[in-house]
Write a protein that binds this ligand. Structure first.
Ligand SMILES: [Zn+2]
Length: 331
């Protein structure tokens, strides 16, 4: 794209418990360069948080060098939660070295003079698919990311709907089984406790499945494809849980467009047929009978592309007034 060769770039950052990714993304949403590292796992200690930052910062340095003369006009960040209301510090559940870590300040110091914007990973995935992926052109959209957990984000009226604390769209923790298994969140019967990769594997092992490989969800998918009845049942349960969550969300929000991404995209052949059956079974009211579920288009890049949209397309993706922390007197 020679005519864009000097266009502005967003430095996009994607913070996860397993990996950290970063990329240079242009105004078309094209990832021009990207890098990723396993999330550093320092020994606990006073500088553990700094060690995690050092790993991320070195990766960002490399990308900034690659940008060369092209202007980097902002830093968009997608992060695993939770993060604080003002978006200035992060405490991702699976990065124990970061508790109240001042990520926004650090990024601002590394890339001075440009805005640094941060949103939750589910929201960024939803923004990415809405801006440049499978959800383009739909004012109301639910995006689910099904992998080691079940995350999600909601676009409502063409804008990300983040809710009071920024956490709206956590479809993985909608309760779909009143007597269900414990969920990593501390609750029980959540969509995630049934439909995440590890939850499917746990169920299958409990029911007598013996993995021929390393016992991952990918393994379970292979078993299902060769007709293993327990593996097939694990996928059917997961599909039902997702369908129940989707129908519940649709009943609440009156939306009919859903995009599903995450590692499960590799098992769409196993998941989508029972999911569509589940939607038909649970969604009986007229306005729930036309829910369209599509596979994500941006694969692993949805978070980076959504984070870049916070910079390249602030209207509609970045609110004019960032949320402010509640004062004690308001609570
Ligand atoms: Zn839960």
């Amino acid at each position: 794209m020679p005519h864009h060769a000097a266009g502005p770039l967003a430095l996009a950052v994607d913070i996860g418990g397993t990996k950290m990714a970063a990329g240079l993304v242009d105004a078309d949403g094209t990832v021009l360069a990207a890098d990723r590292i396993p999330t550093p796992r320092p020994l606990p200690g006073p500088d553990a948080g700094e060690q995690v930052w050092a790993g991320l910062s070195a990766m960002l340095d490399g990308l900034l060098k690659e940008a060369g003369n092209r202007p980097v006009v902002g830093v968009g960040t997608s992060t695993a939660g939770p993060f604080d209301l003002a978006g200035a510090t992060v405490s991702p559940v699976n990065i124990t070295a970061w508790r109240g870590f001042p990520l926004v300040d650090r990024l601002a110091a590394q890339v001075p003079g440009v805005p640094v914007r941060l949103a939750g990973d589910g929201v960024c995935a939803a923004i990415g698919e809405h801006w440049r992926g499978a959800g383009r052109g739909h004012d109301d959209l639910l995006v689910l990311v099904v992998s080691t957990g079940v995350g999600g984000g909601l676009v409502h009226g063409g804008r990300p709907f983040t809710g009071e604390s920024g956490n709206a769209g956590h479809v993985g923790h909608m309760v779909v089984d009143l007597d269900g298994d414990d969920c990593p969140c501390g609750g029980r019967g959540c969509v995630e406790a049934i439909a995440s990769g590890p939850s499917m594997v746990r169920y299958a092992l409990r029911e007598g499945w013996r993995s021929a490989g390393d016992g991952t969800a990918r393994d379970l998918a292979d078993a299902a494809r060769s007709g293993d009845p327990v593996a097939l049942r694990a996928f059917a349960r997961a599909a039902d849980a997702l369908a129940a969550g989707i129908v519940s969300a649709a009943a609440m929000c009156d939306l009919d467009q859903v995009v599903i991404g995450g590692g499960v995209a590799n098992a769409a052949d196993l998941l989508f047929p029972p999911l569509k059956e589940g939607l038909a079974r649970f969604g009986r009211l007229g306005f729930l009978q036309h829910i369209t579920v599509s596979p994500a288009q941006l694969a692993g890049d949805a978070g980076l592309i959504g984070a870049a949209a916070l910079i390249h397309s602030p209207d509609p993706y970045w609110p004019a007034t960032p949320p402010t922390p509640p004062t004690p007197s308001m609570r």
